[in-house]
Design a protein around this ligand. Structure first.
Ligand code: FE
Ligand code: FE
Length: 169
């Protein structure tokens, strides 16, 4: 890791971490979409996968606005959350509806991680006077919050209800 001598160093470091997190998600979300049984959930994952590609581009724009190279630094946090999701998806003995509930749980952990990270860099960008970066990061922060809310709604009105019915043996 590069030296952390100023808030700007910290800002750049967190952006590099976020770039890695988003790049990992571009690969993970389509796999989650494939595993989802509820059509609305599959669609939500597919939509967010496309949105995530936009977010990668937006981060590159942020680096550009700062005159920095958009280098990713491996995000171990996101890698851990994705690993948990993968082990869920490889579960051999899962009812589809229950697996959907777990997929939503995993996806919301992802969104909350992103909301925490974007919340931080957004505030730092404002404090450091990087207006363009602040504007761009604010757009992504809003998208992550929206996605989280959408997943909560989907869970409450559909997936958790389906998963709550016990199967007759
Ligand atoms: Fe994202
Ligand atoms: Fe997201």
């Amino acid at each position: 890791m590069a030296a952390l001598k100023s808030l700007e160093d910290a800002f750049i470091h967190e952006l590099q971490d976020l770039l890695s997190a988003e790049q990992q998600l571009v690969k993970a979300l389509p796999k989650m979409a494939k595993k989802a049984s509820t059509p609305e959930l599959r669609e939500a994952f597919e939509e967010h996968a496309a949105m995530t590609e936009t977010q990668v581009e937006r981060l590159k724009q942020v680096f550009e606005s700062l005159g920095r190279s958009g280098r990713a630094e491996k995000c171990d946090g996101m890698s851990g959350i994705i690993k948990e999701g993968e082990s869920l998806m490889s579960s051999k003995n899962a009812e589809p509806e229950v697996l959907d509930a777990e997929l939503i749980a995993a996806a919301q952990k992802v969104e909350h991680y992103e909301i925490a990270s974007y919340g931080t860099v957004c505030q730092w960008a404002e404090q450091l006077g990087f207006d363009e970066a602040h504007e761009l990061l604010g757009q992504t922060l809003a998208e992550e919050k929206e996605t989280d809310a959408k997943l909560t709604k989907l869970a409450k009105k559909q997936v958790n209800v389906q998963a709550g019915y016990e199967k007759e043996e």
